[in-house]
Design a protein around this ligand. Structure first.
Ligand code: NAP
Length: 239
């Protein structure tokens, strides 16, 4: 049966969110693609897939914007089966180390990556619990968010953001698990050429990565017992 899937941060055709949207559209599902600003790439997909693609404008840093998008979406679908929190952003000095980077850039990134997900889940929860089966939330995290495996000295904003996203995922898992109506994971999506550049050494294209993730999400929907931080290869990853 066709599902209703929502993906955040989908406006760039070379990046991951757009390609997850594309994979679900190709499979016959209805997709809510959220964007921060108008996207010619999403407009082109809409022209091809019509009503099965619902675009919604939403800035996940802004609770009012997220709540308004949820209201708009609730007028178009009666439930959501799968929510994929993919949107991300980094500090302008993400490539710098502790002595060069400005710590005051970090709070906005933490807000975007971790609190942004909480805003989205809170606003869309009423649609998730109306899913006919188990609703699934997949938070696109990163191995860079693992505290145990941390080896980097740059990108502290991003690593802290993803570590906080992982912690928030656990809190929501604990909150939802007894009812077994909404399941949730944090997922490292693999190393992906999300900037679309030919010289990017990452092994996976965004389209390939999106296909792998779609299959993984189907496998894990009913798993309420396993570790909550997993990789695109369906393996547990240390928090
Ligand atoms: N590439 C990799 O190898 C890799 C590895 C591990 C994890 N990941 C994760 O995979 C996911 C996708 O990565 P990506 O490189 O494809 O992402 P991206 O293109 O850099 O960002 C995704 C989207 O997030 C949107 N966004 C930024 N700020 C927002 C806000 N305030 N509200 C709403 N949307 C906002 C952006 O919108 P605009 O287009 O309007 O800027 C963008 O389209 C991310 O979560 C990333 O951390 C990637």
């Amino acid at each position: 049966m066709a599902d209703v899937v929502m993906v955040t941060g989908t406006g760039r055709s070379y990046a991951l969110g757009y390609n997850i949207v594309l994979r679900y559209l190709e499979a016959g599902d209805t997709v809510i693609a959220t964007i921060r600003k108008p996207s010619a790439d999403i407009d082109a997909l809409k022209a091809k897939y019509g009503d099965r693609l619902i675009d919604a404008t939403m800035d996940i840093l802004d609770t009012g914007s997220v709540n308004a998008a949820a209201k708009e979406v609730a007028g178009k679908v009666d439930h959501i089966d799968t929510l994929i929190n993919n949107a991300v952003g980094v500090a302008p000095d993400v490539d710098k180390g502790f002595f060069e980077a400005d710590p005051d850039n970090i709070p906005r990134v933490l807000d975007l990556i971790s609190v942004g997900m909480l805003r989205v889940v809170k606003a869309f929860y009423p649609l998730l619990i109306k899913a006919p089966g188990t609703a699934l939330i997949m938070n696109i995290s990163s191995e860079a968010g693992s505290i145990e495996k941390c080896y980097r000295t740059t990108g502290m904003d991003y690593g802290m953001g993803k570590a906080a996203l992982n912690m928030a995922t656990m809190y929501l898992y604990n909150t939802f698990k007894d009812e077994r109506k909404v399941n949730i994971f944090a997922v490292h999506p693999g190393w992906i050429r999300t900037n679309g550049k030919e010289d990017n050494p990452a092994p996976l294209s965004s389209y390939e990565a999106a296909g792998i993730l779609k299959d993984l999400f189907a496998l894990r929907r009913e798993d309420f017992t396993g570790h909550r931080f997993i990789t695109n290869e369906n393996e547990d990853y240390p928090f």
